[in-house]
Design a protein around this ligand. Structure first.
Ligand code: ADP
Length: 396
């Protein structure tokens, strides 16, 4: 009953296409995050599921019913928004039960639902409090409890944690996961914060410019991004991108080459590709045994260091001369620098000449023009490292 389906849904506002031919198939009980930069169409998508906005084209289904033109109250959904509006003159109990009282529920039934909801969001003992006697997190929990008492088939949450401070946000993420486990209902959650999406959801729907870029479990989006946009958006700090060309000996870019058989990528020699590598897949020579499939070393100079406590981010300059032949706006590629993450106890300084190695099994290749992924890992390198894994498994 909590299945949600969007079929070819679009929303146009005069000149703007807020959502462009969106197809989503959300299973009952799934926790889905709609994630993307501000203005990409997340809220509009959510509003069309909620019934607050009617699509220009396409159909919306909840359960086995088409709801495209139904008002919000007839959809079996409950919403929690960023700006929680609690009634300031009502205590927590009255705030939570307001909707039920409006619908003339029996007192016993109201009591039962409010107590259960308060239990789920851990507000027992606070039902008499007034909103101004509570912290931001507690008030947010009241708003969630108010949604829970309605027993919705689907929860819609639009940036519900955006106004909370960082520590509370992390805490509430865990609470929402627990809530999802306990209620076992569909949650559709809008956020611009990829970390929030990564940590909470069963699947992430990554949206850009009104279009769905990829919908997949968080780690699939991380390890096998469908295109340059997803690769750059998921993961913090971002993946490094280098523009270059496929040659007879592999990948060649302004400042570094990677050797492999071009047949591994299945693209023609001469193709213009963008290579992506995450900071944790860049190693200092000497540490390359940590990589599943270390490539050959190349020279770099350390620039800025950012010690994070559990790791150090090292900005590497690949060349003194910045000789960029690329269109950075298109791909975000920076061929003259690379971000590397190293262990916190690594002895490293700024302006130091170092030798650096990439893990060939973790390199991503994208078609520079279309942005579409060509390959995740160089096939032979992946097989080599994968084969090692299989051997280890068969030892058991
Ligand atoms: P997000 O939630 O990802 O920040 P929105 O769904 O709010 O994005 O908006 C997507 C695009 O649609 C934006 O360009 C926004 O300006 C536009 N938009 C949203 N609502 C309206 C509206 N009521 N009228 C005109 N344009 C709108």
């Amino acid at each position: 009953m909590g299945d949600v389906k969007l079929e070819h849904v679009s929303k146009h506002y005069d000149e703007v296409t807020a959502v462009d031919d969106m197809n989503l198939d959300i299973k009952d009980g799934e926790f889905i995050c709609l994630v993307g930069p501000s203005g990409c169409g997340k809220s509009t998508t959510m509003e069309m599921i909620a019934g607050l906005t009617i699509p220009s084209e396409g159909q919306v289904f909840i359960g086995d019913r088409e709801v495209t033109n139904l008002p919000p109250k007839d959809r079996g959904v409950a919403m929690v928004f960023q700006n929680i509006a609690l009634f300031p003159h009502m205590n927590v109990y009255d705030n939570i039960s307001f909707g039920l009282r409006l619908r003339n529920y029996e007192k016993e039934e109201i009591d039962r639902r409010v107590n259960r909801a308060a239990d789920v969001v851990q507000l027992e003992g606070m039902l008499e409090r007034m909103p101004d006697e509570m912290s931001g997190g507690q008030r947010q929990r009241v708003a969630i409890a108010r949604a829970i008492v309605r027993n919705p088939g689907v929860f819609l949450m639009d940036e519900p944690l955006a106004n909370l401070d960082a520590k509370l946000r992390v805490h509430m993420r865990t609470e929402l996961q627990r809530l999802h486990k306990e209620l076992d209902t569909t949650i559709i959650y809008v956020t611009h914060d990829q970390a929030e999406a990564m940590t909470m959801s069963d699947r992430i729907a990554v949206i850009d410019s009104g279009q769905l870029q990829q919908i997949a479990p968080p780690l699939t989006c991380y390890n096998e991004p469908a295109n340059l946009f997803v690769a750059g958006f998921i993961g913090s700090p971002s993946m490094n991108f280098l523009d270059g060309e496929i040659t007879n000996t592999g990948f060649e870019s302004t400042n570094l080459d990677v050797d492999f058989d071009p047949a591994d990528l299945g693209v023609e020699v001469g193709s213009h590709v963008t290579m992506g590598v995450r900071p944790e897949d860049v190693y200092l020579a000497g540490d390359e045994n940590l990589a599943a499939s270390p490539g050959h070393p190349f020279d770099a100079t350390t620039d800025v260091l950012e010690p994070m406590g559990d790791e150090i981010f090292v900005y590497l300059k690949l060349s003194e001369e910045v000789e960029s032949t690329l269109d950075e706006e298109d791909t975000g590629a920076t061929n003259d620098q690379l971000l590397m993450s190293v262990a916190p106890d690594t002895e490293i300084e700024e302006d130091q000449d170092v030798s650096v190695v990439l893990d060939r099994s973790k390199l991503h290749f994208f078609d520079t023009e279309t942005g579409q992924a060509i390959s995740h890992g160089i096939e032979s390198a992946v097989q080599a490292s994968g084969a090692a894994g299989t051997e280890a498994e068969s030892d058991d």
